[in-house]
Design a protein. Structure first.
Length: 206
């Protein structure tokens, strides 16, 4: 199904079922289903601005759906993640271990920032579950990050109204830049940690 057709179908469900459709679509996007959630939320914001739905109920539905979807990833990873890594021998990879340590050490930044950079969200959800990040910490930063992300997208749509499609490209560029910046920062931190471990091991051997 073409990208424009997906948006069209989603919006038709939103107009019919309103908050239930918003919750369902954003829940699926929160798990990992490739739904254009940002564009959908901007359109919902535009609908709210035109009086078709209540802004605050739309925000509540979107926030609940995304948080619940993220928690599904988190708890599945906590229950089965380590076993899956061992089965495919990924637990032996230095990068995987370093990524787990990075998520565990900088959980607030990693969780909060990747709510805005949605493409990285599911991966951080999984590694948060595997690395033992506490449920309360994950829930707090996940909810606050999603509140900023979803609220911001709804406000953009509310403000620009019927021009939301034009702004979706700009938002897409901003999100892409954010994703690249976060990935580069994570890789930099991981590379530093691996180098430090190697240096420490070399010093001990000497």
């Amino acid at each position: 199904m073409a990208y424009g057709s997906v948006i069209g179908v989603l919006l038709s469900y939103v107009l019919l079922y309103k908050y239930f459709a918003i919750f369902g679509a954003i829940f699926l996007a929160g798990i990992i289903v490739p739904i254009p959630a940002s564009e959908l939320l901007m359109a919902v914001g535009a609908f709210a601005g035109q009086g078709y739905m209540n802004f605050w109920l739309a925000l509540a539905a979107g926030l609940a759906g995304n948080v619940l979807g993220d928690l599904v990833d988190f708890f599945l990873a906590r229950r089965y993640g380590t076993a899956v890594l061992r089965k495919f021998r990924l637990d032996k990879r230095k990068f995987i271990g370093a990524l787990e340590a990075e998520v565990r050490r900088d959980a607030p930044f990693m969780i909060f920032s990747t709510r805005i950079a949605g493409a990285l969200g599911p991966a951080v959800n999984v590694f948060s579950g595997i690395s033992g990040v506490s449920f309360k910490k994950f829930l707090f930063y996940d909810a606050t990050g999603n509140l900023v992300d979803i609220g911001g997208l709804l406000l953009i749509g509310y403000a620009v109204g019927s021009y939301w499609e034009s702004f979706s490209d700009v938002v897409g560029i901003i999100v892409a830049i954010t994703v690249v910046a976060i990935v580069m920062f994570i890789l930099w931190r991981i590379s530093r940690r691996i180098i430090r471990r190697g240096s420490a091991a070399g010093d001990e051997a000497a």
